[in-house]
Design a binder for this molecule. Sequence first.
Ligand SMILES: NC(=O)c1ccc[n+]([C@@H]2O[C@H](COP(=O)([O-])OP(=O)(O)OC[C@H]3O[C@@H](n4cnc5c(N)ncnc54)[C@H](OP(=O)(O)O)[C@@H]3O)[C@@H](O)[C@H]2O)c1
Length: 259
Amino acid sequence: MDLGISGRKAIVCASSRGLGKACARALAEAGCEVIINGRDQKKLDATAAELSNQTGGKIIAVAADVATPEGQKALLAACPAPDILINNNGGPPMRDFRELTRAQLIDGVIANMVVAIELIQKVIEPMTQRKFGRIVNITSSSVMAPLAGLDLSSGARAGLTAFLAGVSRTVADKNVTINNILPGAFDTDRLRGTLSKNAEQKGKSITQVAADRIATIPARRFGDPAEFGAACAFLCSAQAGYITGQNLLIDGGTFNGAF
Ligand SMILES: NC(=O)c1ccc[n+]([C@@H]2O[C@H](COP(=O)([O-])OP(=O)(O)OC[C@H]3O[C@@H](n4cnc5c(N)ncnc54)[C@H](OP(=O)(O)O)[C@@H]3O)[C@@H](O)[C@H]2O)c1
C-alpha cells in the first residue's frame, strides 16, 4: 500500500532504539525524510546508518535530550516545519508511588506529558497552514489498565491524552490529525530491562518471568516493534486523514474489554 507520504519530513523523538526506531524505519520505508533522536550519540549514529542503508532514505540524527528546551530546539533546528511528528520519550522507572518526591513527580509529568505538548505547540501552525499534519504520541496501555509501580507514567500519559483530545478537534478541518498509540508488551530494551528487574525481585530466571508474562497475553507472545512501526506509519498516511483523537491499543488482546 502506498501511504502517500513520500517526500514528507518526519521528526521521530527518542528513536535510536525500540518503538521509536521502528516508527522511524517504517516512515523511511514510506519515503519520508526522517529526523531521529536519542541521547547516546554513538547508538544514534549507528541507527542512522542502519536505517539509511536498509531504506535508502535520508536520515538525520539529532543527539539531544528531548525533555529539555535545548533538545527540542536542536530537533526543530534540524527540521523547522515537519509534516509528521512522533512524540516519544523514555518512561520512568518502576517505583512505589509512596517513594516519589515532588521533584520526581514533576519530572515525570514533564517527560511524558509536557514535552509532547510543547513540541506540538511549535509544529502545529505550519501544519495547519500547509493543510497536512500527522502527530502520533507513543503512550502506553497503562493509560487504560493501570500497572502497579508505573503510576506516574500512567497519570502523565493519561493527562496528555485528555489534553490532546480537545486539541485534535480544533485542527481536524486543516487535515492535521493527532492520535495516540498505546503499546502493551513489545520486545524492546525497556521490556527486557523490566523483565530482568522482575526476575531479580522474584528470584526467578528471566526466561521464567518472560514466560509468565506471555501467558497473560492472549496472542501468547510479545509484540514485534515492526508491527508497532507499521501501525504508526499508517496513522501518518494520506489515507488516515479522517482518523483523529483516537487511542490505538496494540497489546495482543491483553486489555479485556469490548470497547
Ligand atoms: N516496550 C514496551 O513494551 C512499552 C510498553 C508500554 C509503554 N512503552 C513506552 O514506550 C516508550 C518507548 O519504549 P521502548 O520500549 O521503545 O523503550 P527503549 O527500548 O528503552 O528505547 C527508548 C528510546 O528512547 C531514547 N530516549 C530515552 N530518553 C530520551 C530522552 N530524554 N531524549 C531523547 N531520547 C531518549 C533512547 O535512547 P537514549 O537512551 O540513547 O537517549 C531510546 O532510543 C517509553 O516511553 C515506554 O515507557 C513501552
